[in-house]
Write a protein that binds this ligand. Structure first.
Ligand SMILES: [Zn+2]
Length: 392
C-alpha cells in the first residue's frame, strides 16, 4: 500500500536529496537479498543521522520527488524512514531492540470522546493484558499514560523518533511514561474519531517481540484474546462511547490501519447517530456520495445524509483518500455498497466532481445533497443531541 507523501516545508540542498534518491533507487534495483541488506543499512544510517538532529526536510523532499517519478523506490524509502523513526537497535547493551507501538481505539459518542490521562489502575490493567496476550515472555514495556487524539500524535518523523527514544528508555526499566498533557495540541471534536494508546517494547537484541513469535498461538488468536479481555478495562475510560479496540502494531502500520478502519466505522457511526437523535429507522434516510476536487486532484469523498424526502443535509462524513487506489471508480462503489448495507432508502452516487469547499463561517466541510449541491449539514434544532452543530 503506497501512502501519499507529506509535503516538505523548505527545500534542502539538492545534493543531499540526490544522495537519498540514489540509495532508494539502488535498493529497488537490487537483485538479491544480500545486496538489499547492503543498501538498507546504508539508507538506515543516513536516515538515522537526519532524524537524530531533527532535520527531515531532505527526507520529505526525497519522498516528494520519488512519489512523482518512481513509486517502487518511493515505497522503499518510506519503509526505511518509518522503520528508523519507530524502532532502534542499541549497541553495547544486552537489552537493545526497541519498537514504538500504537493501539488504536475507534470510538463514537454524542458527547466529546475522552482524550486525557489514563488513571493508574486502568494503565496497570492494560499493561497486564498486553503482557498476558500480546508481548513475548521477556519483553519489557512502557505505556504512555494518555489516549492521544490524531491531532496530538507526533506530526513529523523527527517527533516520532524523539517519542520512540523517550518511551524506549522507560521500557528498558519496565516503567510507564507520564505525558505532559499541557504540551499537546488541542483536539477537535468529532462524532466519530480515533484514540491511540502508545507504548514501547524493549527486548534483547534480535529476541522475539510478540507472543505469536514464540508460542503455538496464531497472531489472530492472540489479538482476539487481547481485544476481548481489554474491552472491559478500556470501557472504563471510554464511558458513554461506542468503541472498538484494534490490534496493537508497530506505530506506522497501526496508524495506517486505523486511518483505513475509521472510514467505514465513521459511516456506520453516523447512521447510528442519526437513528438515535432523530428517533428514526435507517430507511427514513438517503445518502449522497460525491468526490471533492482541488484544481490538481481528487482530495476526498464526502457523504451527505438527509431524510429520504428532502434535499437538506442533516449530517455528513468525510472519507479521506489514503492511497492511489482510492482514486479509482471502484472506491466509490465500495462506499456505495457499505451505505446500501446499512439499509438506507436510497444512495445517490454523484458522478460530477465538486470543488472542495468549506463553510466560510465555521470551517465545516460542505456535503453533497441529492441534487449534487454542496450544503451545510444541519440537524433540526429540537433533535436530542449535545453534539456541537453549527447554525448560522
Ligand atoms: Zn458553518
Amino acid at each position: 500500500m503506497i501512502k501519499r507523501p507529506r509535503s516538505s516545508k523548505r527545500s534542502p540542498p539538492p545534493n543531499e536529496v540526490a544522495r537519498f534518491l540514489d540509495l532508494a533507487t539502488n535498493l529497488s534495483q537490487s537483485s538479491s537479498r544480500l545486496e538489499d541488506q547492503f543498501w538498507e543499512r546504508r539508507l538506515a544510517q543516513e536516515i538515522d543521522s537526519r532524524l537524530a538532529c531533527g532535520n527531515e526536510s531532505t527526507l520529505t523532499a526525497s519522498l516528494d520527488q520519488l512519489y512523482n517519478s518512481d513509486l517502487p523506490s518511493y515505497g522503499n524509502l518510506v519503509d526505511a524512514i518509518e522503520s528508523s523513526a519507530e524502532s532502534t537497535s542499541q549497541r553495547g547493551n544486552d537489552v537493545a531492540d526497541i519498537l514504538l507501538l500504537a493501539i488504536p481505539v475507534l470510538a463514537w459518542s454524542r458527547l466529546p470522546i475522552p482524550c486525557n490521562r489514563i488513571k493508574p489502575d486502568i494503565l496497570e490493567a492494560l499493561r497486564t493484558q498486553l503482557h498476558g496476550h500480546v508481548l513475548a515472555k521477556d519483553a519489557r514495556l512502557c505505556l504512555a499514560d494518555h489516549f492521544f487524539s490524531p491531532d496530538q500524535l507526533p506530526q513529523s518523523y523527527c517527533e516520532t523518533y524523539e517519542l520512540m527514544k523517550k518511551l524506549g528508555k522507560s521500557a528498558l526499566k519496565e516503567e510507564d511514561y507520564t505525558v505532559d498533557a499541557k504540551a499537546l495540541a488541542e483536539t477537535a471534536v468529532f462524532l466519530s474519531d480515533t484514540r491511540f494508546l502508545l507504548g514501547c517494547i524493549a527486548v534483547k537484541r534480535e529476541a522475539t517481540l510478540f507472543r505469536w513469535q514464540e508460542e503455538s498461538i496464531s497472531r489472530n488468536d492472540a489479538i482476539a484474546s487481547w481485544q476481548q479481555q481489554s474491552n472491559a478495562v478500556i470501557g472504563q475510560y471510554f464511558q458513554a462511547c461506542a468503541f472498538e479496540v484494534m490490534a496493537p502494531a508497530a506505530y506506522h502500520a497501526a496508524i495506517r490501519e486505523a486511518d483505513r478502519a475509521s472510514r467505514p466505522y465513521s459511516l456506520a457511526a453516523s447512521m447510528d447517530f442519526l437513528k438515535t437523535v432523530l428517533a428514526s429507522r435507517s430507511d427514513a434516510f438517503q445518502a449522497s456520495v460525491a468526490s471533492f476536487h482541488s484544481p490538481r486532484q481528487v482530495e476526498e469523498y464526502r457523504i451527505g445524509f438527509g431524510y429520504a424526502n428532502s434535499n437538506d443535509i442533516l449530517h455528513g462524513v468525510v472519507w479521506p483518500i489514503l492511497d492511489p487506489e482510492d482514486e479509482s471508480p471502484e472506491a466509490m462503489s465500495r462506499i456505495e455498497q457499505q451505505i446500501r448495507d446499512m439499509g438506507v432508502a436510497r444512495v445517490n452516487v454523484l458522478r460530477n466532481r465538486l470543488p472542495i469547499e468549506f463553510c466560510d463561517d465555521c470551517g465545516a466541510p460542505l456535503f453533497p445533497n441529492p441534487e449534487g449541491e454542496a450544503m451545510h449539514a444541519e440537524l433540526p434544532t429540537d433533535s436530542n443531541t449535545s453534539m456541537p452543530h453549527q447554525l448560522h
